[in-house]
Design a protein around this ligand. Structure first.
Ligand code: DAO
Ligand code: DAO
Length: 205
């Protein structure tokens, strides 16, 4: 198998494949935030993976378009968000002082805004049921690896350092989380572009 990729600003390394070779790395990026309104910090590096066979469900629809067009096609992203395609976002923590409390509040903000965008008003219960998995006793030192996976049937599974924390069946939640990385207004625009280009090339192969 091919080598993985390194997120060049942080040096975080991502394997080329996960799940015994089923999920292939599409691209890597960086999640940043600002604290106190001015200081920019690197929070985590991420890699986005997808099941190659699941992605090929989209082949028939897009096969006729050239890669140059596919890599800018918004409908391709909508389909990737919407369909039952197994995907994983792997996070590697870069910021050394992350508390579970700040993870919870960041999650409520970022994922909460997407739940509202896609689902309307009645999404707080869903958000809270997921956030309640983030227990205070967990620690996230620099280098920790978290995986957020969409399994078949739109089941969101979360694990830390390979240990499963829990899972929840929700198409809306899966879509909202993936939207942070590949949707409109992503955390890292360059990462999104390279992920989409890689998706396009898989569809053509
Ligand atoms: O120390 O108050 C602080 C800054 C913390 C920034 C937290 C951003 C958290 C982003 C989510 C991380 C998910 C693993
Ligand atoms: O970056 O805003 C964001 C979304 C981050 C999603 C990561 C959630 C990971 C939560 C892990 C909690 C472990 C206790």
């Amino acid at each position: 198998a091919a080598d993985g990729s390194v997120e060049h600003r942080t040096g975080a390394a991502f394997p080329a494949e996960l799940a015994g070779g089923q999920r292939r790395l599409l691209g890597v990026g960086l999640r940043r935030t600002t604290i106190l309104g001015l200081k920019s910090i690197d929070v985590y590096a991420f890699g986005v993976y997808a099941d190659g066979r699941d992605l090929r469900q989209l082949r028939e629809k897009y096969q006729k378009l050239p890669v140059s067009e596919l890599k800018e096609n918004a409908e391709l992203i909508d389909d990737a968000l919407e369909r039952d395609i197994r995907m994983t976002v792997r996070l590697q923590i870069v910021y050394g002082r992350l508390s579970i409390r700040s993870v919870r509040s960041a999650f409520e903000k970022s994922v909460g805004s997407r739940l509202q965008k896609f689902g309307g008003s009645d999404t707080n219960e869903l958000l809270q049921s997921f956030v309640s998995l983030f227990k205070d006793e967990y620690k996230l030192p620099k280098g920790s690896v978290i995986e957020l996976s969409r399994e078949s049937g739109h089941v969101l599974k979360i694990s830390i350092e390979g240990e499963e924390l829990g899972s929840i069946q929700s198409k809306l939640l899966c879509k909202s989380i993936l939207d942070l990385y590949i949707g409109d207004d992503p955390f890292d625009k360059n990462a999104k572009d390279s992920i989409q280009e890689k998706m396009a090339s898989i569809l053509k192969n």
